[in-house]
Design a protein around this ligand. Sequence first.
Ligand SMILES: [Zn+2]
Length: 153
Amino acid sequence: MMNCDWCNLSEEEKRYQLYESALWTVFLSDEQDYIGRCILALKRHCGSLAELTEEEWEELRRLVCKVETCLKTVLGAALCNWSCLMNSFYKGTDPDPHLHIHVRPRYDNAVTINGNNYPDSEFGHHYALNKSGSIPVEDKEEVFTRLKEWLDR
Ligand SMILES: [Zn+2]
């Protein structure tokens, strides 16, 4: 789609691409309110889960398993919160959403990156909406490198 941000990602926006399968792409999210938070984006322009093809569902199922196992193995996540929201597309008058899914790893123990501790103070509860997602760039790089190495292995 001509005007869709997700269909027209710049090289800069693909900087934190972690993994690519035939039909989906996985990015490390700009927001790291939960360390290792990622986005799974469908490569095809498609507006809802209900419109996925069988092949897209099957590949999504495999990716959910792969990404969850990665976040648990590499970062020690206890579980993952998955959400497909799409709300921001509907702020305008002519919504044309592009399917993407957020995954927030949740931690019963704090994650340590480069000596910095990141506790999940809401563990056992809904993820916080007002938590700061900004972490030092070297910590983001470290998370990216660790996850990518596992996903590429
Ligand atoms: Zn699109």
